[in-house]
Design a protein around this ligand. Structure first.
Ligand SMILES: C[S@@+](CC[C@H](N)C(=O)[O-])C[C@H]1O[C@@H](n2cnc3c(N)ncnc32)[C@H](O)[C@@H]1O
Length: 304
């Protein structure tokens, strides 16, 4: 696979930038590609297989994937419907040339999208919080701060407006995702990865790729992950390997000089590859030097 495509969910910690390094370490022929920690889907979107079975514990991200899948043969209609909503809420849409007035652009050189879209975004956020319409959730993700999905304790979406809009990059990402899924057989699930795996019949020509929450990182979805879960995951992988199943796992071995010792102790029995990552922490963009990302697998490298 040559051109790496970007997921339209712009997920925090997505594997988009690392896919070129990781995918070439996957098996050459994959019957079913299994992904228990799907996130935004950057990995399955860039992997060749006969079919895909994917899962995430976070219901909203799975609902978003399913929304796209429900339009897989109608991508033009989907995009038209999104643009109709954008117009209903008077949001900018650089993709079709609706942008902020020049005055605003001059006054707020770097933040004019946020200024222009704030009111419409709030209205859209209220509508979503009253309806749970997944299409609105997708647009909140597009127009929201850092393309994130975040809810308060009462289950209400609470991110502020971002300085972004529906532009050509968003269109291209939607288009690519739709083109990919329209030709593929994909099953999406929403449960804990252990149940997901135990419900599957995994064969020797299948491949299971793990991109779990990172023990050393502080993304929203890492908050529920702890050392016990980390150990449990490695035991699960060892069990799968004992059944002859092929796996790959991405993880952060060192962050800000701190090492994940559970990982370093476990990984030696498999093939370990250094992955050149270039994460810029949302909180501190000076710390990337002391990070080390690895890819671990029981697959022998067949391509260079
Ligand atoms: C590092 S992210 C995956 C990113 C993904 N590879 C991408 O490119 O977008 C980890 C994901 O695991 C999910 N997750 C956390 N705990 C889980 C669990 N127990 N079972 C299944 N998924 C879980 C999170 O919701 C999050 O989407």
């Amino acid at each position: 696979m040559t051109k790496i495509i970007r997921s339209p969910f712009f997920y925090v910690g997505d594997k988009y930038k690392l896919m070129a390094q990781i995918e070439r370490l996957f098996p050459d022929d994959i019957n079913t590609f299994i992904e228990p920690f799907l996130g935004g889907g950057s990995v399955f979107l860039n992997t060749n297989a006969n079919r895909y079975i994917v899962n995430d514990l976070e219901a909203n991200i799975v609902d978003l994937h399913k929304l796209f899948y429900s339009y897989k043969d109608n991508k033009e209609i989907f995009i038209e419907e999104l643009i109709d909503i954008i117009k209903d809420y008077n949001l900018s849409c650089s993709f079709i040339g609706i942008t902020a007035p020049e005055e605003l652009k001059k006054k707020y050189v770097k933040t004019y999208y946020a200024k222009y879209n704030k009111d419409g975004y709030w209205k859209m956020r209220d509508s979503y919080n009253n309806s749970n319409d997944v299409k609105l959730l997708y647009l909140l993700l597009i127009y929201g701060f850092n393309h994130m999905i975040r809810f308060n304790n009462n289950g209400k979406f609470n991110l502020p407006v971002g300085n972004v809009d529906f532009n050509n990059n968003v269109y291209t990402a939607i288009n690519n995702y739709m083109d990919f899924i329209s030709q593929k057989n994909i099953e999406y699930y929403n449960m804990d990865y252990r149940r997901f795996i135990s419900d599957l019949e995994i064969e020797k020509d299948d491949f299971i790729y793990f991109d779990p929450p990172y023990l050393l990182s502080n993304s929203e979805y890492n908050k529920m992950w702890d050392e016990e879960k980390e150990e449990e995951l490695y035991n699960t992988i060892d069990f799968l390997v004992s059944k002859g199943i092929k796996f790959g796992l991405s993880n952060l071995l060192i962050q800000k000089g701190e090492e994940n010792y559970i990982l370093s102790k476990w990984m030696g029995k498999y093939n370990v590859y250094d992955i050149k990552s270039n994460y810029i922490s949302y909180y501190d963009n000076s710390i990337k030097k002391s990070n080390k990302e690895v890819y671990i697998t029981n697959v022998e490298k067949t391509r260079t």
